[in-house]
Write a protein that binds this ligand. Structure first.
Ligand SMILES: *Cc1c(COP(=O)(O)O)cnc(C)c1O
Length: 550
Protein backbone atom coordinates (compact mmCIF):
# COMPACT_ATOMS: atom_id res chain seq x y z
CA UNK A 1 0.00 0.00 0.00
CA UNK A 2 2.49 2.75 0.99
CA UNK A 3 5.19 3.83 -1.37
CA UNK A 4 8.35 3.52 0.65
CA UNK A 5 9.81 0.87 2.91
CA UNK A 6 9.66 3.12 5.97
CA UNK A 7 5.92 3.43 5.91
CA UNK A 8 4.38 0.03 5.37
CA UNK A 9 1.96 0.51 8.21
CA UNK A 10 -1.73 1.15 8.36
CA UNK A 11 -1.65 4.80 9.28
CA UNK A 12 -4.02 7.52 8.14
CA UNK A 13 -1.12 9.39 6.62
CA UNK A 14 -0.30 6.40 4.45
CA UNK A 15 -3.91 6.02 3.45
CA UNK A 16 -4.04 9.63 2.32
CA UNK A 17 -0.97 8.94 0.24
CA UNK A 18 -2.32 6.03 -1.71
CA UNK A 19 -5.27 8.15 -2.71
CA UNK A 20 -3.16 11.10 -3.80
CA UNK A 21 0.50 10.50 -4.54
CA UNK A 22 1.52 8.44 -7.55
CA UNK A 23 4.03 5.76 -6.71
CA UNK A 24 7.66 5.77 -7.72
CA UNK A 25 7.53 4.52 -11.28
CA UNK A 26 10.86 2.70 -11.23
CA UNK A 27 10.13 0.53 -8.22
CA UNK A 28 6.54 -0.51 -8.52
CA UNK A 29 3.62 -1.22 -10.82
CA UNK A 30 4.71 1.82 -12.79
CA UNK A 31 7.44 -0.26 -14.43
CA UNK A 32 4.84 -2.56 -15.93
CA UNK A 33 2.77 0.43 -16.91
CA UNK A 34 5.72 2.03 -18.66
CA UNK A 35 6.66 -1.15 -20.48
CA UNK A 36 3.10 -1.55 -21.71
CA UNK A 37 2.94 2.08 -22.83
CA UNK A 38 6.17 1.72 -24.75
CA UNK A 39 5.50 -1.56 -26.54
CA UNK A 40 2.46 -3.52 -25.51
CA UNK A 41 2.95 -6.30 -28.08
CA UNK A 42 6.56 -6.77 -26.99
CA UNK A 43 5.56 -6.74 -23.34
CA UNK A 44 2.93 -9.44 -23.78
CA UNK A 45 5.24 -11.48 -25.96
CA UNK A 46 8.04 -11.52 -23.39
CA UNK A 47 6.11 -11.55 -20.13
CA UNK A 48 3.42 -14.09 -20.80
CA UNK A 49 5.42 -17.28 -20.64
CA UNK A 50 3.90 -20.54 -21.74
CA UNK A 51 4.66 -22.31 -18.49
CA UNK A 52 4.07 -26.02 -18.49
CA UNK A 53 1.69 -25.72 -15.59
CA UNK A 54 -1.82 -27.05 -15.42
CA UNK A 55 -4.70 -24.96 -14.18
CA UNK A 56 -4.75 -27.08 -11.02
CA UNK A 57 -1.13 -26.18 -10.34
CA UNK A 58 -1.82 -22.51 -10.94
CA UNK A 59 -4.73 -22.71 -8.52
CA UNK A 60 -2.09 -23.34 -5.86
CA UNK A 61 -0.98 -19.73 -6.27
CA UNK A 62 -4.47 -18.55 -5.42
CA UNK A 63 -5.38 -20.88 -2.62
CA UNK A 64 -5.41 -18.68 0.48
CA UNK A 65 -8.76 -17.32 1.58
CA UNK A 66 -7.24 -15.09 4.24
CA UNK A 67 -7.46 -11.35 3.70
CA UNK A 68 -3.98 -9.94 4.41
CA UNK A 69 -3.99 -8.19 7.77
CA UNK A 70 -1.06 -5.85 7.29
CA UNK A 71 -0.56 -3.37 4.46
CA UNK A 72 2.21 -4.25 2.08
CA UNK A 73 4.39 -2.38 -0.37
CA UNK A 74 3.07 -1.83 -3.84
CA UNK A 75 6.45 -3.00 -5.04
CA UNK A 76 5.93 -6.31 -3.26
CA UNK A 77 2.57 -6.72 -4.87
CA UNK A 78 4.18 -5.99 -8.24
CA UNK A 79 6.00 -9.29 -8.05
CA UNK A 80 2.71 -11.11 -7.70
CA UNK A 81 1.26 -9.27 -10.70
CA UNK A 82 4.25 -10.11 -12.86
CA UNK A 83 4.87 -13.68 -11.86
CA UNK A 84 1.47 -15.01 -11.00
CA UNK A 85 -0.88 -13.03 -13.20
CA UNK A 86 0.90 -11.74 -16.28
CA UNK A 87 3.24 -14.69 -16.70
CA UNK A 88 0.42 -17.21 -16.36
CA UNK A 89 -2.05 -15.41 -18.60
CA UNK A 90 -3.21 -16.41 -22.07
CA UNK A 91 -1.65 -14.46 -24.91
CA UNK A 92 -4.93 -13.61 -26.62
CA UNK A 93 -3.29 -10.95 -28.79
CA UNK A 94 -0.86 -13.40 -30.40
CA UNK A 95 -1.33 -13.72 -34.16
CA UNK A 96 -1.42 -17.50 -33.75
CA UNK A 97 -4.21 -17.32 -31.19
CA UNK A 98 -7.07 -17.90 -33.62
CA UNK A 99 -9.39 -20.00 -31.49
CA UNK A 100 -11.63 -17.44 -29.86
CA UNK A 101 -13.26 -14.11 -30.46
CA UNK A 102 -10.80 -12.26 -28.25
CA UNK A 103 -7.92 -10.70 -30.17
CA UNK A 104 -5.33 -7.93 -30.21
CA UNK A 105 -6.37 -4.38 -29.29
CA UNK A 106 -5.40 -1.12 -30.98
CA UNK A 107 -2.79 0.44 -28.71
CA UNK A 108 -4.80 3.62 -28.03
CA UNK A 109 -7.31 1.58 -26.03
CA UNK A 110 -4.69 1.34 -23.27
CA UNK A 111 -4.12 5.01 -22.43
CA UNK A 112 -7.84 5.64 -22.93
CA UNK A 113 -8.71 2.90 -20.47
CA UNK A 114 -6.39 4.53 -17.99
CA UNK A 115 -8.10 7.89 -18.51
CA UNK A 116 -11.49 6.20 -18.12
CA UNK A 117 -10.37 4.67 -14.85
CA UNK A 118 -8.95 7.95 -13.60
CA UNK A 119 -12.23 9.75 -14.29
CA UNK A 120 -14.22 6.82 -12.87
CA UNK A 121 -17.54 8.03 -14.21
CA UNK A 122 -20.66 6.04 -13.42
CA UNK A 123 -23.00 6.16 -16.41
CA UNK A 124 -25.98 4.99 -14.44
CA UNK A 125 -26.84 8.61 -13.80
CA UNK A 126 -25.97 12.11 -15.01
CA UNK A 127 -24.92 13.20 -11.53
CA UNK A 128 -21.86 10.97 -11.85
CA UNK A 129 -21.25 11.14 -15.58
CA UNK A 130 -21.87 14.48 -17.15
CA UNK A 131 -20.10 14.28 -20.52
CA UNK A 132 -20.23 10.51 -20.53
CA UNK A 133 -24.02 10.33 -20.63
CA UNK A 134 -24.38 12.32 -23.88
CA UNK A 135 -21.33 10.47 -25.19
CA UNK A 136 -22.96 7.10 -24.56
CA UNK A 137 -26.19 8.30 -26.16
CA UNK A 138 -24.17 9.42 -29.17
CA UNK A 139 -22.44 6.04 -29.46
CA UNK A 140 -25.80 4.25 -29.28
CA UNK A 141 -27.12 6.54 -32.02
CA UNK A 142 -24.08 5.79 -34.19
CA UNK A 143 -24.60 2.04 -33.90
CA UNK A 144 -28.34 2.50 -34.36
CA UNK A 145 -27.64 4.40 -37.57
CA UNK A 146 -25.22 1.72 -38.75
CA UNK A 147 -28.03 -0.82 -38.47
CA UNK A 148 -31.18 1.14 -39.27
CA UNK A 149 -29.85 3.96 -41.46
CA UNK A 150 -32.27 6.59 -40.17
CA UNK A 151 -31.92 10.16 -41.40
CA UNK A 152 -30.53 13.25 -39.67
CA UNK A 153 -33.95 14.38 -38.53
CA UNK A 154 -34.65 11.06 -36.83
CA UNK A 155 -31.44 11.17 -34.81
CA UNK A 156 -31.81 14.86 -34.06
CA UNK A 157 -35.13 14.04 -32.48
CA UNK A 158 -34.16 10.98 -30.46
CA UNK A 159 -30.47 11.04 -29.66
CA UNK A 160 -30.78 13.03 -26.43
CA UNK A 161 -34.49 12.60 -25.75
CA UNK A 162 -34.74 12.42 -21.98
CA UNK A 163 -37.65 9.97 -21.94
CA UNK A 164 -36.21 7.46 -24.36
CA UNK A 165 -33.07 5.64 -25.42
CA UNK A 166 -32.15 4.23 -28.82
CA UNK A 167 -30.48 1.30 -27.15
CA UNK A 168 -28.79 0.04 -24.05
CA UNK A 169 -25.06 -0.08 -23.50
CA UNK A 170 -24.04 -3.06 -21.39
CA UNK A 171 -21.21 -5.36 -20.43
CA UNK A 172 -21.57 -7.67 -23.41
CA UNK A 173 -23.70 -9.65 -25.81
CA UNK A 174 -25.28 -11.75 -23.08
CA UNK A 175 -26.80 -8.79 -21.26
CA UNK A 176 -27.70 -7.25 -24.63
CA UNK A 177 -29.64 -10.39 -25.60
CA UNK A 178 -31.32 -10.58 -22.19
CA UNK A 179 -32.33 -6.92 -22.50
CA UNK A 180 -33.80 -7.48 -25.97
CA UNK A 181 -35.93 -10.39 -24.78
CA UNK A 182 -36.90 -8.52 -21.64
CA UNK A 183 -38.27 -5.71 -23.79
CA UNK A 184 -39.99 -8.20 -26.11
CA UNK A 185 -41.59 -9.93 -23.13
CA UNK A 186 -42.81 -6.72 -21.53
CA UNK A 187 -44.21 -5.44 -24.82
CA UNK A 188 -46.10 -8.67 -25.46
CA UNK A 189 -47.58 -8.49 -21.98
CA UNK A 190 -48.00 -4.73 -21.93
CA UNK A 191 -50.52 -3.07 -19.64
CA UNK A 192 -54.02 -3.22 -21.11
CA UNK A 193 -57.30 -2.44 -19.45
CA UNK A 194 -57.09 -3.62 -15.87
CA UNK A 195 -53.97 -5.68 -16.57
CA UNK A 196 -50.99 -3.67 -15.33
CA UNK A 197 -48.33 -5.48 -17.34
CA UNK A 198 -46.07 -8.46 -16.68
CA UNK A 199 -43.53 -6.27 -14.91
CA UNK A 200 -46.08 -5.54 -12.20
CA UNK A 201 -48.24 -8.64 -12.11
CA UNK A 202 -45.78 -11.40 -12.96
CA UNK A 203 -45.80 -14.22 -15.48
CA UNK A 204 -48.69 -16.33 -14.20
CA UNK A 205 -51.20 -13.52 -14.45
CA UNK A 206 -49.70 -12.35 -17.72
CA UNK A 207 -50.30 -15.76 -19.30
CA UNK A 208 -53.86 -15.72 -18.04
CA UNK A 209 -54.32 -12.25 -19.46
CA UNK A 210 -53.38 -13.43 -22.98
CA UNK A 211 -55.02 -16.81 -22.49
CA UNK A 212 -51.96 -18.90 -23.28
CA UNK A 213 -50.02 -21.71 -21.63
CA UNK A 214 -46.57 -20.27 -22.09
CA UNK A 215 -44.29 -18.24 -24.33
CA UNK A 216 -41.48 -19.42 -26.55
CA UNK A 217 -38.36 -18.02 -28.14
CA UNK A 218 -37.21 -19.56 -31.40
CA UNK A 219 -33.62 -19.63 -32.58
CA UNK A 220 -31.46 -22.05 -34.54
CA UNK A 221 -29.32 -24.78 -32.99
CA UNK A 222 -26.39 -22.42 -33.49
CA UNK A 223 -27.96 -19.88 -31.11
CA UNK A 224 -25.71 -18.55 -28.39
CA UNK A 225 -26.09 -20.02 -24.89
CA UNK A 226 -27.04 -16.58 -23.57
CA UNK A 227 -30.58 -17.22 -24.85
CA UNK A 228 -30.82 -20.19 -22.50
CA UNK A 229 -29.89 -17.91 -19.62
CA UNK A 230 -32.40 -15.31 -20.80
CA UNK A 231 -35.18 -17.88 -21.07
CA UNK A 232 -34.45 -19.03 -17.55
CA UNK A 233 -34.16 -15.54 -16.09
CA UNK A 234 -37.24 -14.07 -17.77
CA UNK A 235 -39.50 -16.91 -16.70
CA UNK A 236 -39.87 -18.20 -20.27
CA UNK A 237 -38.27 -21.51 -19.30
CA UNK A 238 -35.40 -23.24 -21.06
CA UNK A 239 -37.82 -25.84 -22.44
CA UNK A 240 -39.53 -23.03 -24.31
CA UNK A 241 -36.34 -21.93 -25.98
CA UNK A 242 -36.92 -23.82 -29.21
CA UNK A 243 -33.66 -24.53 -30.99
CA UNK A 244 -34.40 -25.30 -34.61
CA UNK A 245 -32.21 -27.53 -36.77
CA UNK A 246 -30.00 -25.83 -39.36
CA UNK A 247 -29.38 -26.52 -43.03
CA UNK A 248 -26.05 -27.64 -44.50
CA UNK A 249 -24.74 -24.08 -44.16
CA UNK A 250 -25.60 -23.72 -40.50
CA UNK A 251 -28.59 -21.44 -41.10
CA UNK A 252 -31.96 -21.90 -39.51
CA UNK A 253 -34.20 -24.27 -41.48
CA UNK A 254 -37.28 -22.16 -42.28
CA UNK A 255 -39.52 -25.15 -42.98
CA UNK A 256 -38.73 -26.70 -39.61
CA UNK A 257 -39.11 -23.31 -37.95
CA UNK A 258 -42.62 -22.94 -39.36
CA UNK A 259 -43.47 -26.45 -38.22
CA UNK A 260 -42.34 -25.57 -34.68
CA UNK A 261 -44.51 -22.47 -34.71
CA UNK A 262 -47.53 -24.58 -35.71
CA UNK A 263 -46.74 -27.03 -32.92
CA UNK A 264 -46.51 -24.21 -30.37
CA UNK A 265 -49.83 -22.79 -31.56
CA UNK A 266 -51.46 -26.17 -31.03
CA UNK A 267 -50.06 -26.23 -27.50
CA UNK A 268 -51.30 -22.69 -26.84
CA UNK A 269 -47.76 -21.45 -26.45
CA UNK A 270 -47.25 -17.97 -27.79
CA UNK A 271 -44.09 -17.18 -29.81
CA UNK A 272 -42.49 -14.25 -28.01
CA UNK A 273 -39.54 -13.71 -30.33
CA UNK A 274 -37.86 -15.07 -33.42
CA UNK A 275 -34.11 -14.74 -33.37
CA UNK A 276 -31.87 -14.47 -36.39
CA UNK A 277 -28.14 -14.82 -35.94
CA UNK A 278 -25.75 -12.63 -37.90
CA UNK A 279 -22.51 -14.50 -37.38
CA UNK A 280 -23.02 -17.70 -35.42
CA UNK A 281 -20.49 -18.10 -32.64
CA UNK A 282 -19.30 -21.50 -33.81
CA UNK A 283 -19.33 -21.18 -37.59
CA UNK A 284 -19.85 -17.50 -38.41
CA UNK A 285 -22.93 -18.03 -40.56
CA UNK A 286 -25.83 -15.65 -41.10
CA UNK A 287 -29.47 -16.71 -40.91
CA UNK A 288 -31.88 -15.70 -43.69
CA UNK A 289 -32.81 -12.42 -42.03
CA UNK A 290 -35.31 -11.25 -44.68
CA UNK A 291 -37.27 -14.49 -44.45
CA UNK A 292 -37.23 -14.33 -40.65
CA UNK A 293 -38.43 -10.72 -40.72
CA UNK A 294 -41.31 -11.73 -43.01
CA UNK A 295 -42.27 -14.59 -40.74
CA UNK A 296 -42.08 -12.49 -37.57
CA UNK A 297 -44.33 -9.95 -39.28
CA UNK A 298 -46.82 -12.64 -40.25
CA UNK A 299 -47.12 -14.11 -36.78
CA UNK A 300 -46.81 -10.74 -35.08
CA UNK A 301 -43.85 -11.34 -32.81
CA UNK A 302 -40.64 -9.58 -31.90
CA UNK A 303 -37.74 -10.11 -34.31
CA UNK A 304 -34.32 -9.95 -32.69
CA UNK A 305 -31.02 -10.24 -34.53
CA UNK A 306 -28.02 -11.42 -32.58
CA UNK A 307 -25.22 -9.66 -34.43
CA UNK A 308 -22.87 -9.76 -31.44
CA UNK A 309 -20.17 -11.08 -33.73
CA UNK A 310 -21.21 -10.17 -37.25
CA UNK A 311 -22.70 -6.70 -36.74
CA UNK A 312 -19.57 -4.77 -37.76
CA UNK A 313 -19.79 -6.48 -41.18
CA UNK A 314 -22.16 -3.58 -41.89
CA UNK A 315 -19.10 -1.33 -42.14
CA UNK A 316 -18.04 -3.15 -45.29
CA UNK A 317 -19.56 -1.96 -48.55
CA UNK A 318 -18.52 -5.25 -50.12
CA UNK A 319 -19.98 -7.53 -47.47
CA UNK A 320 -22.84 -5.71 -45.78
CA UNK A 321 -25.30 -7.40 -48.14
CA UNK A 322 -24.68 -10.61 -46.18
CA UNK A 323 -26.76 -9.06 -43.38
CA UNK A 324 -29.60 -8.00 -45.67
CA UNK A 325 -32.78 -7.62 -43.64
CA UNK A 326 -31.09 -6.69 -40.36
CA UNK A 327 -32.73 -3.25 -40.53
CA UNK A 328 -36.11 -4.98 -40.22
CA UNK A 329 -35.23 -6.35 -36.78
CA UNK A 330 -36.98 -4.91 -33.75
CA UNK A 331 -33.70 -5.18 -31.83
CA UNK A 332 -30.08 -5.92 -32.68
CA UNK A 333 -27.21 -6.97 -30.41
CA UNK A 334 -23.68 -5.86 -31.25
CA UNK A 335 -20.68 -6.65 -29.09
CA UNK A 336 -18.07 -3.90 -29.01
CA UNK A 337 -15.48 -6.14 -27.36
CA UNK A 338 -15.41 -8.36 -30.40
CA UNK A 339 -15.15 -6.81 -33.85
CA UNK A 340 -15.05 -3.20 -32.69
CA UNK A 341 -11.75 -4.07 -30.95
CA UNK A 342 -12.68 -2.55 -27.59
CA UNK A 343 -11.38 -4.17 -24.37
CA UNK A 344 -13.59 -6.75 -22.68
CA UNK A 345 -16.83 -5.58 -21.14
CA UNK A 346 -18.70 -3.63 -23.82
CA UNK A 347 -21.84 -4.63 -25.69
CA UNK A 348 -24.93 -2.92 -27.02
CA UNK A 349 -28.48 -3.59 -28.06
CA UNK A 350 -30.26 -1.09 -30.28
CA UNK A 351 -34.01 -0.92 -30.94
CA UNK A 352 -35.70 0.06 -34.15
CA UNK A 353 -38.51 1.78 -32.26
CA UNK A 354 -36.97 4.54 -30.13
CA UNK A 355 -39.73 4.11 -27.56
CA UNK A 356 -39.25 0.33 -27.16
CA UNK A 357 -37.04 0.56 -24.09
CA UNK A 358 -39.85 2.27 -22.18
CA UNK A 359 -41.13 -1.26 -21.65
CA UNK A 360 -38.42 -1.87 -19.06
CA UNK A 361 -38.18 1.65 -17.68
CA UNK A 362 -37.42 1.87 -14.03
CA UNK A 363 -37.33 4.82 -11.70
CA UNK A 364 -36.05 5.50 -8.23
CA UNK A 365 -36.35 8.49 -6.00
CA UNK A 366 -32.73 9.36 -5.41
CA UNK A 367 -31.67 8.85 -9.03
CA UNK A 368 -33.31 7.88 -12.31
CA UNK A 369 -36.05 10.41 -11.58
CA UNK A 370 -38.79 10.89 -14.16
CA UNK A 371 -37.60 13.26 -16.86
CA UNK A 372 -33.92 12.85 -15.98
CA UNK A 373 -31.54 11.76 -18.71
CA UNK A 374 -30.11 9.04 -16.51
CA UNK A 375 -29.22 6.06 -18.69
CA UNK A 376 -29.77 3.72 -15.77
CA UNK A 377 -33.53 3.96 -16.14
CA UNK A 378 -33.29 1.84 -19.32
CA UNK A 379 -30.56 -0.67 -18.49
CA UNK A 380 -30.50 -4.00 -16.72
CA UNK A 381 -27.23 -3.12 -15.07
CA UNK A 382 -26.88 -0.44 -12.43
CA UNK A 383 -23.50 1.19 -12.01
CA UNK A 384 -21.52 0.99 -15.22
CA UNK A 385 -18.12 2.28 -16.37
CA UNK A 386 -17.66 4.79 -19.14
CA UNK A 387 -16.80 2.12 -21.70
CA UNK A 388 -18.73 3.99 -24.38
CA UNK A 389 -15.69 6.25 -24.50
CA UNK A 390 -13.64 3.40 -25.94
CA UNK A 391 -16.25 2.60 -28.57
CA UNK A 392 -16.38 6.28 -29.47
CA UNK A 393 -12.61 6.32 -29.79
CA UNK A 394 -12.62 3.28 -32.06
CA UNK A 395 -15.33 4.74 -34.27
CA UNK A 396 -13.56 8.10 -34.39
CA UNK A 397 -9.98 6.93 -34.86
CA UNK A 398 -10.48 3.81 -36.98
CA UNK A 399 -13.56 5.18 -38.71
CA UNK A 400 -16.01 3.44 -41.03
CA UNK A 401 -13.34 2.80 -43.62
CA UNK A 402 -10.85 1.47 -41.11
CA UNK A 403 -13.36 -1.04 -39.78
CA UNK A 404 -14.24 -1.92 -43.35
CA UNK A 405 -10.60 -2.82 -43.99
CA UNK A 406 -10.47 -4.97 -40.85
CA UNK A 407 -13.69 -6.77 -41.74
CA UNK A 408 -12.65 -7.34 -45.34
CA UNK A 409 -9.24 -8.59 -44.24
CA UNK A 410 -10.76 -11.13 -41.84
CA UNK A 411 -13.17 -12.48 -44.44
CA UNK A 412 -10.40 -12.67 -47.02
CA UNK A 413 -8.10 -14.42 -44.55
CA UNK A 414 -10.77 -16.97 -43.70
CA UNK A 415 -11.13 -17.65 -47.41
CA UNK A 416 -7.42 -18.23 -47.82
CA UNK A 417 -7.28 -20.43 -44.71
CA UNK A 418 -10.15 -22.49 -46.12
CA UNK A 419 -8.26 -22.88 -49.39
CA UNK A 420 -5.14 -23.92 -47.46
CA UNK A 421 -7.12 -26.57 -45.58
CA UNK A 422 -8.78 -27.88 -48.74
CA UNK A 423 -5.38 -28.31 -50.40
CA UNK A 424 -3.77 -29.92 -47.38
CA UNK A 425 -3.65 -33.73 -47.54
CA UNK A 426 -4.31 -34.13 -43.80
CA UNK A 427 -7.22 -31.80 -43.09
CA UNK A 428 -10.88 -31.58 -43.95
CA UNK A 429 -12.88 -28.35 -44.08
CA UNK A 430 -16.10 -28.93 -42.10
CA UNK A 431 -17.76 -25.54 -42.54
CA UNK A 432 -17.20 -23.04 -45.34
CA UNK A 433 -16.50 -19.55 -44.02
CA UNK A 434 -19.24 -17.06 -44.79
CA UNK A 435 -17.72 -14.36 -42.59
CA UNK A 436 -14.39 -14.90 -40.84
CA UNK A 437 -14.95 -18.11 -38.89
CA UNK A 438 -14.45 -21.64 -40.16
CA UNK A 439 -14.22 -25.15 -38.78
CA UNK A 440 -12.08 -28.05 -39.93
CA UNK A 441 -10.61 -31.23 -38.56
CA UNK A 442 -7.68 -33.56 -38.85
CA UNK A 443 -8.83 -36.17 -41.33
CA UNK A 444 -6.35 -37.25 -44.04
CA UNK A 445 -7.58 -37.20 -47.62
CA UNK A 446 -7.48 -41.01 -47.99
CA UNK A 447 -9.73 -41.28 -44.96
CA UNK A 448 -12.12 -38.69 -46.36
CA UNK A 449 -12.44 -40.81 -49.49
CA UNK A 450 -13.03 -43.95 -47.46
CA UNK A 451 -15.63 -42.23 -45.29
CA UNK A 452 -17.54 -41.27 -48.41
CA UNK A 453 -18.16 -44.92 -49.25
CA UNK A 454 -18.27 -46.44 -45.76
CA UNK A 455 -21.47 -47.79 -44.24
CA UNK A 456 -23.09 -45.69 -41.53
CA UNK A 457 -21.75 -47.98 -38.82
CA UNK A 458 -18.21 -47.92 -40.19
CA UNK A 459 -18.39 -44.17 -40.68
CA UNK A 460 -19.55 -43.51 -37.14
CA UNK A 461 -16.79 -45.73 -35.73
CA UNK A 462 -14.10 -43.90 -37.67
CA UNK A 463 -15.57 -40.54 -36.78
CA UNK A 464 -15.63 -41.48 -33.10
CA UNK A 465 -11.89 -42.19 -33.27
CA UNK A 466 -11.24 -39.02 -35.23
CA UNK A 467 -13.16 -37.13 -32.56
CA UNK A 468 -10.64 -38.35 -30.00
CA UNK A 469 -7.72 -37.46 -32.26
CA UNK A 470 -8.99 -33.93 -32.80
CA UNK A 471 -9.82 -33.46 -29.16
CA UNK A 472 -6.30 -34.44 -28.10
CA UNK A 473 -4.81 -32.42 -30.91
CA UNK A 474 -6.54 -29.29 -29.69
CA UNK A 475 -5.54 -29.98 -26.10
CA UNK A 476 -1.86 -30.56 -26.85
CA UNK A 477 -1.71 -27.49 -29.05
CA UNK A 478 -3.26 -25.35 -26.35
CA UNK A 479 -0.89 -26.73 -23.73
CA UNK A 480 2.18 -26.11 -25.90
CA UNK A 481 1.05 -22.48 -25.94
CA UNK A 482 2.51 -21.46 -29.30
CA UNK A 483 -0.68 -21.37 -31.35
CA UNK A 484 -4.28 -21.96 -30.48
CA UNK A 485 -7.53 -23.04 -32.11
CA UNK A 486 -10.71 -23.94 -30.23
CA UNK A 487 -12.94 -26.93 -30.73
CA UNK A 488 -16.62 -27.72 -30.76
CA UNK A 489 -19.01 -30.45 -31.88
CA UNK A 490 -21.18 -29.96 -34.94
CA UNK A 491 -23.29 -31.89 -37.36
CA UNK A 492 -21.48 -31.98 -40.67
CA UNK A 493 -23.87 -32.65 -43.53
CA UNK A 494 -21.65 -35.30 -45.16
CA UNK A 495 -21.72 -37.35 -41.95
CA UNK A 496 -25.40 -37.59 -41.20
CA UNK A 497 -26.95 -36.97 -37.83
CA UNK A 498 -23.91 -37.82 -35.73
CA UNK A 499 -22.04 -34.75 -34.45
CA UNK A 500 -18.31 -34.68 -35.02
CA UNK A 501 -15.55 -32.86 -33.16
CA UNK A 502 -14.14 -30.00 -35.20
CA UNK A 503 -11.46 -27.38 -34.75
CA UNK A 504 -12.61 -23.78 -34.92
CA UNK A 505 -10.68 -20.77 -36.20
CA UNK A 506 -11.70 -17.12 -35.82
CA UNK A 507 -9.77 -14.78 -38.13
CA UNK A 508 -10.16 -11.34 -36.59
CA UNK A 509 -6.62 -10.39 -35.64
CA UNK A 510 -5.19 -8.27 -38.46
CA UNK A 511 -1.72 -9.49 -37.51
CA UNK A 512 -2.60 -13.09 -38.38
CA UNK A 513 -0.86 -13.68 -41.71
CA UNK A 514 -1.03 -16.64 -44.08
CA UNK A 515 2.40 -17.69 -42.74
CA UNK A 516 0.95 -17.85 -39.24
CA UNK A 517 -1.92 -19.99 -40.50
CA UNK A 518 0.53 -22.33 -42.25
CA UNK A 519 2.39 -22.60 -38.94
CA UNK A 520 -0.84 -23.53 -37.12
CA UNK A 521 -1.40 -26.43 -39.53
CA UNK A 522 2.27 -27.45 -39.41
CA UNK A 523 2.16 -27.58 -35.62
CA UNK A 524 -0.94 -29.74 -35.76
CA UNK A 525 0.74 -32.15 -38.17
CA UNK A 526 3.68 -32.37 -35.78
CA UNK A 527 1.43 -33.02 -32.77
CA UNK A 528 -0.29 -35.87 -34.58
CA UNK A 529 3.12 -37.55 -34.91
CA UNK A 530 3.52 -37.68 -31.13
CA UNK A 531 3.54 -41.21 -29.66
CA UNK A 532 0.40 -40.59 -27.57
CA UNK A 533 -1.60 -40.09 -30.74
CA UNK A 534 -0.05 -43.05 -32.56
CA UNK A 535 -2.19 -45.68 -30.88
CA UNK A 536 -5.37 -43.89 -31.83
CA UNK A 537 -4.27 -43.45 -35.39
CA UNK A 538 -3.38 -47.14 -35.60
CA UNK A 539 -6.98 -47.93 -34.73
CA UNK A 540 -8.13 -45.59 -37.46
CA UNK A 541 -5.72 -47.30 -39.85
CA UNK A 542 -7.01 -50.77 -38.97
CA UNK A 543 -10.60 -49.69 -39.43
CA UNK A 544 -9.91 -48.09 -42.76
CA UNK A 545 -8.20 -51.29 -44.00
CA UNK A 546 -11.38 -53.13 -43.09
CA UNK A 547 -13.42 -50.72 -45.16
CA UNK A 548 -11.17 -50.67 -48.18
CA UNK A 549 -11.11 -54.47 -48.35
CA UNK A 550 -14.88 -54.76 -47.99
C1 LIG B 1 -20.18 -13.58 -28.11
C2 LIG B 1 -21.58 -13.76 -28.49
C3 LIG B 1 -22.61 -13.56 -27.57
C4 LIG B 1 -22.37 -13.28 -26.09
O1 LIG B 1 -21.65 -12.18 -25.87
P1 LIG B 1 -20.80 -11.95 -24.53
O2 LIG B 1 -20.20 -10.65 -24.83
O3 LIG B 1 -19.84 -13.08 -24.43
O4 LIG B 1 -21.75 -11.91 -23.41
C5 LIG B 1 -23.90 -13.70 -28.01
N1 LIG B 1 -24.17 -14.03 -29.28
C6 LIG B 1 -23.21 -14.24 -30.19
C7 LIG B 1 -23.58 -14.59 -31.59
C8 LIG B 1 -21.88 -14.11 -29.83
O5 LIG B 1 -20.92 -14.33 -30.72
Amino acid sequence: MPRSKETARATLENLYRIFTVPEEPESTLGTIDQAISKDVAGFLQTHIVALERSLEEIEGDFSSSLIPEEPTFVSDYTGFVKEKLVAQSVHTAAPGFIGHMTSALPYFMLPLSRIMTALNQNTVKVETSKAFTPLERQVLAMLHRLVYRGDDAFYQQWIHDSRHALGAFCSGGTIANVTALWVARNRLFAPAGTFRGIGSEGLARALKHLDCEGVAVLVSKRGHYSFGKAADLLGIGRDNLVMVETDARNRIDMTLLKAEIRRLRAEKIRPLALIGIAGTTETGNVDPLEALADLAGEIGCHFHVDAAWGGPTLFSEGHRHLLEGIDRADSVTIDAHKQLYVPMGAGMVVFKDPTALSAIEHHANYILRHGSKDLGSHTLEGSRPGKAMLVHAGLSIIGRKGYELLIDLGIERAGSFAAMIRLHPDFELTSEPELNILTYRYCPRTLQELLARATTVQRDRINALLDQVNQLLQKYQREAGKTFVSRTRLRVSAYGLQEVTVLRAVLANPLTTDEVLQAVLAEQCAIVQQPEMAALLEHVEALSKEISSS
